[in-house]
Design a protein around this ligand. Structure first.
Ligand code: ADP
Ligand code: MG
Length: 254
């Protein structure tokens, strides 16, 4: 080994190259390699794969934080027998990469407690685990944030992530009487995403009622037109999942 190599500050170089995981674990791997007479190729592979795994984990954590899901539930945790309006096999297509790649839409409509948010989150979690960006937002929260920002620039900054993310989940559309600004706000977001980026919307109002919710039937049909061009709508039915449990318990006790 030359003197230059011996004097080379590996720690400093790994810091500069931004390889924190290798910096933290190379000594351990080097000892192990010596002990086990590990081939050089395997040693290198171990180091690099450690770095890659650590980076992916950090990235996943960041994406999950950004997504802002209200809870983490997967489609495996969803009992499709209770929701015959959407079969597991059919739902599978929304979990596939093509849903996001083709910029498709999914609208889930139904009364509270039927699992709309659960299914939307299940789609979102899949997308995050493929390292794509997701934003989950309750419509009313988005409107509030939009309306409380003062300048046009601030408003644009608020909307930007919702226009750009690979999957946008708009939850609880139509639950509360919405401000008149919502119609334009939604239209702006949906048109920007149209045919490029995926969107999931949950609502307790049927598509027919959206015009009334938005206070603008022309704009509502333009919105629905875009969503449905490469999208599907499901009307979930049945009893609220939580209430259903309660009825069973009361019945059991009686
Ligand atoms: P919604 O958004 O339609 O009001 P949620 O998705 O919030 O309903 O569901 C309410 C609760 O019930 C959640 O904890 C959800 O995980 C659960 N839930 C609803 N439907 C099902 C189902 N078919 N299988 C498993 N859990 C369900
Ligand atoms: Mg919900």
């Amino acid at each position: 080994m030359t003197e230059a190599v011996l004097e080379f500050d590996l720690d400093e170089a790994l810091k500069r190259l931004r390889l924190p995981r290798i910096r933290a674990c190379w000594k351990e791997w080097a000892d192990r390699a010596a002990r086990e007479e590990m081939p050089f190729g395997d040693f290198l592979r171990s180091l690099i794969s450690d770095e890659v795994a650590a980076r992916e984990e950090t990235k996943l954590r960041r994406l999950l934080r950004q997504a802002n899901f209200p809870f983490h539930k997967t489609s495996e945790e969803f009992d499709f027998r209770l929701q015959p309006q959407i079969r597991r096999q059919v739902f599978q297509s929304y979990l596939e990469d093509s849903f996001v790649r083709e910029g498709r839409s999914l609208v889930l409509i139904g009364q509270p407690g039927l699992g709309k948010t659960h299914l939307a989150v299940a789609v979102g979690l899949r997308v995050v685990h493929r390292f794509s960006t997701v934003r989950f937002v309750v419509v009313q929260e988005l409107v509030n944030r939009y309306l409380t920002s003062e300048t046009q620039k601030q408003r644009a900054r608020i909307l930007k992530p919702y226009k750009r993310c690979d999957l946008l989940i708009l939850d609880e559309f139509g639950y509360l009487p919405h401000e008149p600004e919502l119609a334009h706000l939604l239209y702006e977001i949906i048109s920007e995403r149209y045919e490029r980026l995926a969107t999931v919307i949950t609502s307790n109002k049927s598509l027919k009622e959206w015009g009334r919710v938005l206070g603008d039937t022309a704009l509502a049909s333009a919105l629905i037109d875009r969503l449905m061009h490469h999208g599907d709508v499901y009307y979930l039915k049945g009893k609220s999942y939580r209430l259903r449990d309660k009825t069973v318990n009361v019945g059991d006790e009686a």
